[in-house]
Design a protein around this ligand. Structure first.
Ligand SMILES: Nc1ncnc2c1ncn2[C@@H]1O[C@H](COP(=O)(O)OP(=O)(O)OP(=O)(O)O)[C@@H](O)[C@H]1O
Ligand SMILES: [Mg+2]
Length: 369
């Protein structure tokens, strides 16, 4: 291997498929995951996330393709011989065992002395900050603490790869956000590679170095959270990650970095960032995120300025969501941060106001798939 070559990926999934009878739950998935990454599998219910994890862990055989872990072909390798630990969607703790017994359970068959085992359990409890709770039973600790016990149990065997299936689903919103940061810091300290399954896009964006967005067994896009959000490759991904207004458009002119589109819903042309492979006359979708639109009661002029009327508004304190009716009848969503307090004489945007919407050409996403 040349000296400056990147290390080989820890996981290589090559054209992996899984059928149950005639139903194809996972379709021709290929991806690589590097050592030390937090990788999220994101997608709606039934899209094949758990099935893909189960194939990585060895609980299901693939019906097509191959999985390599650390360069080794996993075909026919049973779960217990893989350097993998899977934390299931409903992580079951043993109710009659104390926290420390739960954490030590997976070490029972490891070739280690009782003292070594005890040390490892202590180290794990320390890692997840549960040392003071070592002798309690699961029903005597909180939901978030139980989640951390399950995590400590999973990490105790020092797997190279930890598969977490909806690890935070049982927690309420506040605890979930807190635990997300804990997971990230535990990952940093242990260097273990994490694959986290979630149907929550915000969770995936917060946790992961990279995200794979899945739909009906297929991986639609893989990339860092910012790329997947700012440069979705399809209507599905654009709509799944964050909210977006998608409008039908026709390519009118292509001029280097800019493309002019006719957008009937807006009643005028839109200047957008060009993408490769467009041709004049082609029908595409132009998509705009609500937070990329500026809203103003004062008349505006220039490119990408459109007049409309406020149909709905929701005031959340720190921000507001508007729905604007365009003359075509189309509804456009605008998300605006309430940065200033509304001073006297400077009325804020209100119901039925006439308003001007504007956006930068780089904020208009052209989608062809
Ligand atoms: N053993 C099985 N036999 C038949 N069909 C199955 C089996 N396991 C899963 N499936 C089907 O495969 C599809 C994918 O299931 P999977 O459990 O991977 O979804 P998921 O993405 O994890 O969903 P969720 O977010 O609801 O957990 C579903 O349509 C499911 O019904
Ligand atoms: Mg699942």
């Amino acid at each position: 291997m040349p000296k400056d070559a990147a290390p080989p990926p820890l996981i290589r999934v090559e054209n992996v498929s899984k059928s149950f009878g005639t139903f194809q739950a996972v379709k021709n998935v290929s991806l690589t995951i590097d050592k030390g990454e937090i990788f999220a599998l994101l997608g709606g219910s039934g899209c094949g996330k758990t099935t893909l994890l189960r194939m990585l862990a060895g609980f299901e055989e693939t019906t097509g393709g191959k999985i390599f872990i650390d360069g080794q072909d996993m075909t026919g390798v049973p779960p217990w011989e893989r350097p993998v630990h899977m934390m299931f969607q409903s992580y079951a703790l043993f109710p009659h065992m104390t926290v420390e017994k739960n954490v030590g359970y997976g070490l029972k068959h490891e070739p280690m002395t009782a003292a070594q085992r005890q040390d490892r359990v202590r180290e794990m409890l320390d890692l997840v900050q549960l040392t003071p709770f070592a002798t309690r039973k699961p029903h005597q600790i909180s939901g978030g603490q139980r989640q951390r016990v399950a995590l400590a149990r999973a990490l105790a065997r020092q797997p190279k790869l930890l598969l977490l299936d909806e690890p935070l689903a049982a927690l309420d919103k506040k605890l979930r956000e807190h635990t997300q940061f804990e997971l990230m810091s535990i990952q940093e300290r242990t260097g273990v590679t994490f694959i986290v399954v979630t149907h929550d896009q915000e969770e995936a964006m917060t946790l992961a170095d990279r995200i794979a967005v899945m739909d009906r067994g297929e991986v639609k896009q893989i990339g860092p959270p910012g790329d997947v959000y700012e440069f979705p490759n399809s209507r599905f991904v654009a709509g799944f990650i964050g909210s977006i207004t998608a409008l039908e458009a026709v390519v009118e002119a292509i001029d280097g970095v800019r493309t002019r589109l006719a957008v009937p819903a807006l009643g005028g042309p839109v200047q957008a960032r060009s993408v490769a492979g467009l041709s004049v006359g082609q029908t595409v979708t132009v998509a705009i995120r609500p937070e990329k639109l500026a809203i103003s009661r004062a008349p505006q002029t220039g490119d990408n300025v459109f007049e409309g009327e406020v149909k709905d508004l929701a005031y959340f304190g720190k921000d507001s969501l508007y729905r604007i009716t365009m003359p075509s009848g189309a509804l456009i969503s605008v998300h605006a941060v309430n940065a200033r307090r509304s001073a006297e004489g400077e009325r804020v945007v209100d119901w039925y106001d006439k308003v001007w919407l504007s956006f930068d050409p780089t904020s208009a996403i052209i989608l062809t798939a």
